[in-house]
Design a protein around this ligand. Structure first.
Ligand code: DDH
Length: 306
């Protein structure tokens, strides 16, 4: 069980906007990273993998995981194979953590996910601070999703274990509009070699992996997905073999209840953005009681003419 007392509000919107801006500048600075996708998608995945360790449900006195303790920085959790390649995202944020030593890892990593979603053209995500760093005894391992599995598994993990609805589950997985799968972790700026293995899957889900869109849903429905012939893990390719899907992605169109939301989001980007924003905030707050705490909403660099 976690100690979920929140840090006092010593910092205001101005302080957190400054951290947001520094993260956003880093995303801009290293736009050539990972075959010109940049660091945005990796930061979204970092926030999700920190938060998605939650074993709930909310209100149950014996829950574990979630973003509160910032535990993905600790060896037990960092070395979970599901977290391969995320050392790169943490590398990007280390100098920001040094500059703003008052911010906890949980707050910094969740804020970086919010920053990336917004800077890549996604919706505004409401965000709340107050997480505190916890030690290795609170770190998780082996609780993040297995990409080779089906709809029942996905529902078991998101709905029964984490307390999301079917609709929120579909909305969250639509984040796969961003980024790509890696056999080897991308090479860091200034480095010669990869930091280590990736997930073992390969390819991008969409043709615009550095823009947050509802493309993932449209492609799921409109392209033709066949099993890729290769020696790697089972994954799917589209008609011209330019894009990919994981088995757990295709589960969203194999299950009728999930598919209903895929169809809705493919048609209606505004609805998708609204639902994603709410579900992503819920993900970042799993297991934490923020009742009555102020929500912050950040301006993008563009909106500040930076
Ligand atoms: Fe994911 N994801 N994800 N994912 N994910 C991968 C990459 C990215 C699964 C598997 C993989 C979510 C849900 C699931 C992002 C966001 C989100 C990769 C490739 C695999 C594998 C990693 C690599 O090789 O570098 C599975 C399985 C699930 C599931 O739900 C069943 C959710 C909910 C999110 C979210 O953000 C809310 C993003 C972004 C990436 C791209 C990362 C990158 O570096 O690029």
């Amino acid at each position: 069980t976690l100690n979920v007392a929140l840090n006092d509000d010593k910092h205001d919107l101005k302080d957190y906007q400054q951290v947001y801006n520094d993260i956003a500048q880093k995303i801009r600075e290293y736009d050539e990273y990972d075959e010109a996708i940049g660091f945005g998608p990796a930061l979204v995945r970092l926030a999700w993998h920190l938060s998605g360790t939650f074993v709930g449900p909310k209100g149950c006195p014996h829950f574990s995981g979630g973003s509160y303790g910032g535990t993905i920085r600790l060896p037990k959790e960092a070395k979970d194979p599901a977290n391969n390649a995320l050392e790169n995202a943490r590398w990007l944020l280390d100098p920001i953590k040094s500059k703003y030593s008052w911010i906890s890892y949980g707050d910094l990593y969740t804020l970086s996910g919010v920053t990336a979603i917004q800077e890549l053209g996604g919706p505004k995500i409401k965000w709340r601070p107050g997480r505190k760093d916890l030690g290795e005894e609170y770190a998780s391992n082996s609780v993040l999703p297995d990409a080779s599995r089906d709809a029942d598994y996905v529902r078991g993990l998101f709905v029964r274990r984490m307390g999301f609805t079917d609709q929120e589950t579909v909305a969250l997985i639509g984040a796969h509009a961003l980024g790509s799968c890696h056999i080897q972790a991308p090479i860091l700026p200034g480095a010669k070699e990869s930091t280590g293995p990736g997930s073992g899957y390969t390819g991008r889900w969409t043709a615009s992996p550095n823009f947050f869109t509802n493309e993932f849903f449209r492609l799921l429905l409109e392209d033709k997905w066949t099993q890729k012939k290769w020696s790697g893990p089972v994954q799917y390719q589209n008609s011209d073999d330019s894009l990919m899907m994981l088995p757990a992605d295709l589960a969203l169109v194999e299950d009728p209840a999930f598919k209903k939301f895929v169809q809705e989001y493919a048609k209606d980007q505004d609805k998708y953005f609204k639902d994603f924003a709410a579900a992503f905030q819920k993900l970042l707050e799993l297991g934490i009681d923020f009742k009555g705490k102020r929500e912050f909403e950040f301006k993008t660099l563009d909106e500040q003419d930076i």
